[in-house]
Design a protein around this ligand. Structure first.
Ligand code: TRP
Length: 449
């Protein structure tokens, strides 16, 4: 079985080294594993929730797309697309919005944080909260459920959203599944080892702390950032404490085990911080130089990036379009054409199910039987002098109104005006007889409709 891995990045900024080490790099490596089918996308609808600067949205989409590809993502192997190129996603968002409990969304961390802050400041609880922010987890659930992802690699702050996607998917399955599971329930995956790459000041590397190391800008920017890494004040020659130096943590995240061990030993031996920074720069620059070059080439040809992403969207929609069709069907948004077809089919089926069979009796007269689908004889007609008479009556039974069925002891007869044209069998008790009458009514019903 293939595992479907899906993740998205909100397009509001330029990826830094922490994003690459913590999310993009591991996702690219995961996509290269056998038995994996990856869906990676630019969450540009999500970006609109946080950012009303069109220039910035556009720039970020371009940069994040180029970062994935420069990092080695094979767009032919994976499905790589922009969220906003898949109209099925907002459509699914609405279907999910209609089953998502408001109470569930009230508990979303991002929304709650805004409310708490407002309350603290004595403002209206929902001040500055858009419906986009409130519904953020539903859009994210649509991203994930649309492609039936098994695994969703995310940062810790997103675990709750993946849980909500499970919750909402499960509710949809329950309401509309009728024994069929529409949605796979996803699981969040946390990249433990690299999720918390430290920034310049030792806190988690994050744009909001302004402590990031640039990824693909240029060697000088990289060097400048590294020179700003905060260290203790131990002088060259003094033993350093690698386990309490985030400079070492950064080095270790990108070095081989042997190189990291050598670096640790040198620090313990009194390697100066200036020298240590130089070595970290060499390590990072060595690894980033080639992808940086590719990145710059990609940015210089935005039309090529457009083509790659549109091809990715077409690939994604091959999955999304038919799946959404099923989901629309599930909730009752169906073509009227299918109603005509369905009833034609069901009456065809019943015609097939119960059939009139005419035959000639031993005495040369003409009769017919009405047989149920399973072959049970529901009626046997009286004798007719000719085939035409028998045919006319059976035809009338197929087209006429409500059948006139009269109980006769433990049997029954079928009447047309004043004529008993057919009889049922003889039953051992009234309940059996009535059940047979019921089957007869059913058998005649759709034929008459
Ligand atoms: N909300 C995620 C973030 O900000 C981005 C995202 C949007 C996402 N849709 C997703 C991640 C679906 C995983 C799966 O990090």
């Amino acid at each position: 079985m293939t595992t479907r891995i899906l993740t998205g990045i909100t397009t509001t900024g330029t990826p830094h080294l922490g994003n690459f080490a913590g999310a993009i790099g591991p996702a690219i490596r995961a996509s290269q594993q056998p038995g994996v089918d990856s869906f990676y996308f630019l969450a540009d609808y999500h970006a609109l929730i946080k950012c009303d600067d069109p220039q910035r949205i556009q720039r970020s989409r371009l940069e994040i797309a180029a970062t994935w590809l420069a990092g080695g993502l094979d767009a032919d192997k994976v499905t790589f697309y922009r969220q906003s190129d898949i109209p099925e996603i907002p459509e699914l968002t609405w279907l999910l919005t209609c089953v998502a409990a408001k109470g569930l969304l009230n508990r979303a961390h991002a929304y709650k944080a805004s409310v708490d802050k407002n309350v603290e400041n004595g403002e209206d609880p929902d001040a500055g909260v858009s419906m986009g922010l409130f519904s953020y987890p539903v859009l994210m659930a649509a991203d994930i459920l649309m492609f039936n992802a098994h695994k969703v690699p995310v940062g810790r702050d997103q675990i709750q959203h993946v849980e909500m996607a499970r919750d909402i998917g499960q509710r949809f399955n329950h309401l509309f599944g009728k024994g069929q599971e529409y949605f796979t329930l996803p699981e969040a995956v946390i990249e433990e080892s690299v999720a918390t790459l430290p920034g310049l000041d030792g806190r988690k590397m994050s744009k909001s702390y302004d402590n990031t190391i640039p990824l693909f800008s240029n060697a000088k920017d990289l060097k400048d950032a590294i020179s700003r890494i905060v260290t203790d004040s131990r002088a060259p020659g003094e033993a350093k404490d690698p386990d309490n130096a985030h400079l070492f943590t950064l080095y270790q995240a990108f070095a081989t085990q042997n190189d990291a061990q050598a670096f640790r030993d040198d620090l313990l031996q009194g390697l100066g911080w200036g020298e240590a920074k130089q070595r970290l720069f060499q390590l990072l620059d060595g690894q980033l130089a080639a992808p940086r070059e590719r990145y710059q080439q990609l940015l210089a040809r935005p039309a090529d990036l457009e083509d790659i992403l549109l091809a990715g969207a077409a690939k994604a929609r091959k999955v999304a379009t038919p799946f959404l069709e099923q989901l629309r069907e599930a909730v009752g948004l169906r073509s009227f054409r299918s109603i005509a077809q369905a009833s034609a089919e069901s009456s065809k089926k019943t015609v097939k199910a119960a059939r009139f069979v005419s035959f000639r009796d031993d005495d040369g007269s003409f009769r017919f039987r009405l047989l149920a689908a399973d072959g049970e004889q529901l009626l046997l007609s009286r004798s007719f002098a000719d085939g035409k008479g028998a045919g006319a009556v059976s035809k009338q039974l197929q087209q006429g109104g409500a059948p006139d069925i009269r109980v006769e002891g433990l049997s029954f007869g079928l009447w047309l005006e004043d004529d008993e044209v057919a009889k049922g069998g003889l039953f051992t008790d009234a309940a059996d007889r009535d059940a047979a009458i019921e089957r007869l009514r059913k058998a005649l019903e759709p034929v008459q409709a």
